[in-house]
Structure formats: structure tokens, C-alpha cells
Ligand binder design. Sequence first.
Ligand code: SAH
Ligand code: SF4
Ligand code: F3S
Length: 452
Amino acid sequence: MKKVFVKSYGCQMNVYDAERMADMLATEGYSETKAMEEADLVILNTCHIREKAAEKVYSELGRVRELKQEREAAGQETRIVVAGCVAQAEGKEILRRQPAVDVVVGPQNYHRLPDLLKKSRSERLVDTEFPIEDKFDHLPAPSKAKTISRGVSAFLTIQEGCDKFCTFCVVPYTRGAEVSRPVARILDEAHRLADAGVRELTLIGQNVNAYHGEGPDGAVWSLGRLLRRLAEVPGIARLRYTTSHPRDMDEELIAAHGDLPALMPYLHLPVQSGSDRILDAMNRKHTGDEYRRLIERIRKVQPDLALSSDFIVGFPGETDQDFEDTMRLVADIGFASSFSFKYSPRPGTPAAEMGEQVAEAVKAERLSRLQNLLETQRQAFNHGTVGQTLDVLLEKPGRHPGQIAGKSPYLQAVQFESDVHRIGEIVTVRIVRAGSNSLFGEWVKPGDRAAA
Ligand code: SAH
Ligand code: SF4
Ligand code: F3S
């Protein structure tokens, strides 16, 4: 049997796509391997979001090329595919920069991989046209055993692409226009996952709360409505969605946070900056105060809500005052977790052409101040859960024998001693200690709950 090795960079969309590529290649006789050295086919599923991410691909390709040569000397063939967002953005350039690459395929075209692999025997190929057909209609489902091996928490792509055109971002160019999958397809996939023991679904998309898919009734369904329907799928106990744009949090979605117990009280809602001037230049189409008011509205229906966000420092024209506005917004809201980045100019995006690019040293200083504040908030949030009882979805054996590990509603890793529980169960755990990256707790037996 031939072996395929897939390495993914970037966001959850790529993680999901990597699984679907592996599923498709399984029907072509490839089994998945975690060791690149033994792979007959190596796929790098790439990310173009920041310069560093894109450059990483070329250094990795250099290593894969050496491997290809070593295997060739031993009489074994290795084929190399570059997929994902760098493939989409750079296309032919990749073939030019790395002669060992056989196929370059964009994120909307990977359903054609088997065909491309065959055709590339006679010439090296690039496929980055946005196709008319929907790739999801051409992707086979994995075997039940495969789904089980991937665990009790699964990603499900419901929407792809983005029409927002934030001035710093490559996604609308690499992933194309916003498209929602029909409700019926999503439900089929959810049922298939639940049948294989999946308890938690994370609905993913570049701009997932802009979801507007065709419902079984012919009407257009919003994300709020879709979540309500998914909560009825037997076996599914937890729902999450990511990533969202503040502009697309509609009433139906906010209401779902109040009255859908399966919808976890944890929301990734990137704000990027706290300065109105910079938000405007980023084309985010909302102000810092509008974000604050939005959070208040969601917290009104779901007081337990914990938040996470993305931030960019050093966007062109960002002054000290703009940066202080970001620090103030962070202090006002309080985030349980966050990602923050130095602005990285991306070819073809409007912000890359703007004057007043911020000096690297200033970006570094701002990033370090922001990250200190965010880390303090993260630790405070984690320590705040000590003494509380939290529902934990059990995902895998813990670090030490006799331990079991799972996730809290707030996506925190939780470990506790137990030899009676099974993966996939949701149990009540009293948190006794917060480490730097996980919480430690004790199982609260159902009868003990009143005493807890
Ligand atoms: N769709 C998501 C973002 C996807 S990209 C959203 O709208 O929130 C993930 C994060 O990368 C962004 O939220 C942003 O913080 C960061 N990012 C995107 N482009 C960037 C750039 N050019 N430089 C630095 N960070 C960037
Ligand atoms: Fe990029 Fe903005 Fe779209 Fe997010 S909403 S993917 S940051 S353009
Ligand atoms: Fe990167 Fe593409 Fe995701 S650029 S963040 S892999 S959508």
C-alpha cells in the first residue's frame, strides 16, 4: 500500500482540508503516515496569512526535496504536492522556486488531486482556478474507524471564503468568495460524525457567522438557526463555531447563546484593534465601542461567556495613542485567551501599499506589552476557575498513568485521576489547581454534587 504524509499549517480550515485529502486518497489506495521519510506522497497544506508562514513552506520544501533524492537513490519514488493558501497565492512561482514539486493545488481544487497526480506524470501541474463545481460534492466520507480514530471532538466546515476584504488580509484572495454549504449536507456530516462517537462539533469557516446556507425548506438559514438544528442531533452534546466577524453577530445568533445549552459559553470574536481610526483603515466597519456594546449584549443572555480574540499591532499609521486604545479595550473586555501578531504586509492587499509603515522595533515593543497584558488575563481567567465545578468532555488518556484529560466549556485542558471513565463521557470535575497550560481537578461523583 502506498503512503501519504500531510502536513498542515495555518488555521482550522487547513486541518479539516488535510483530513479530507487523506480521506480521498484512502480511496486511491493510500494509507496515512506520520513519518515523512516513509511517504510515497508528501502534501504540504500551506498558509499565506503572514510572511513568516509563507516562507516556512520554502524551507520545508528544501528538506522534502532532499528526502526525495535520498529515496530516489534507494529506488523509491516520492511525489510532492503543495496545497493550501500559498499554492493559491503563488501558483507557478512555487514550481519555479522548487523544481522537486510535482503538483500545486488550491484550496478549492483538492478534490481533483487523484486526477492531477495521474496527469502530473507527464508534466508538472498547477490547478488554482476557482472551479464551478463544489468540491464538497466530490469528497468521499472517511470510514467509521477513521472517524473514531480522530477523536470525540470534530471540525465541520460549513462556510468557506470571505467577502469582507479587511485591508491587511489575504484570505478573500486565497479562499475566494464567501460560500455556505447547504444545511442538509451539514446535517448528513454531523450525523455521520455522531454515529462514530463524536460529542463535540466545531463549525468552521473563515467568516462562519456570515453563514447563509440553503435550508431543507428552501429558505436561507442563518448560523443561529443551523445551531438550533444541530443541537438536536443525537449524541452531539457540545457546539462551537469559529471564526466570526463582529459585524455578523445577528439577533438569532446572540439569542442562541442564551438558550442553547449545547452552545459552549466561549466565543472567538477577533477585534484586531481598539482604535477607531485603525479599525476604519482596516475596513473592519465597526468601532471599539460597538464591539464593547456587542459583548455586553451577548453577556446579557449568557453571563458565563468567555472571550477570545485576535489582535494586530503595528498596522500602517498606528500611533502610540492608537495602540493605547487597543490596550484599553483589552482591559475593558477581559479575554480568556488570545492570539496577537505583528502586522505583516501581504502582496496584493491594500494595507501593504499604505504609507506610514510602522518600524519593526516599535511593532516588537507593542506586541510584547500587549502579550503581557493578554497573558495576565489568561492566567487570571484560569485561576478564577479554581474551586468551581466544570463539565469536562473526556478526550484522551492524561499525561500520567491513571489520569484522563478533557476540555472544559471554555476550551481549557483539564486533567484528573480516574480509571472508571471512558473517552467521550462528560463528567463534573472540581478544579483544584491551575497550571500554566492546564487545569487539574477531582471527579465529583453524581451523589456528591450537592456537597460540592
Ligand atoms: N477570518 C478571521 C481571520 C483569519 S486570519 C477573522 O476575520 O477574524 C487569522 C488572524 O490572523 C486574523 O484575525 C488577524 O489577526 C491575523 N492576520 C491576518 N492578516 C494578517 C497580517 N497581514 N499581518 C498580521 N496578522 C494578520
Ligand atoms: Fe480576513 Fe477580514 Fe475576512 Fe477575516 S473577515 S478572513 S480578517 S478579510
Ligand atoms: Fe492561512 Fe489560508 Fe487559513 S492563509 S489562516 S490557511 S485561510
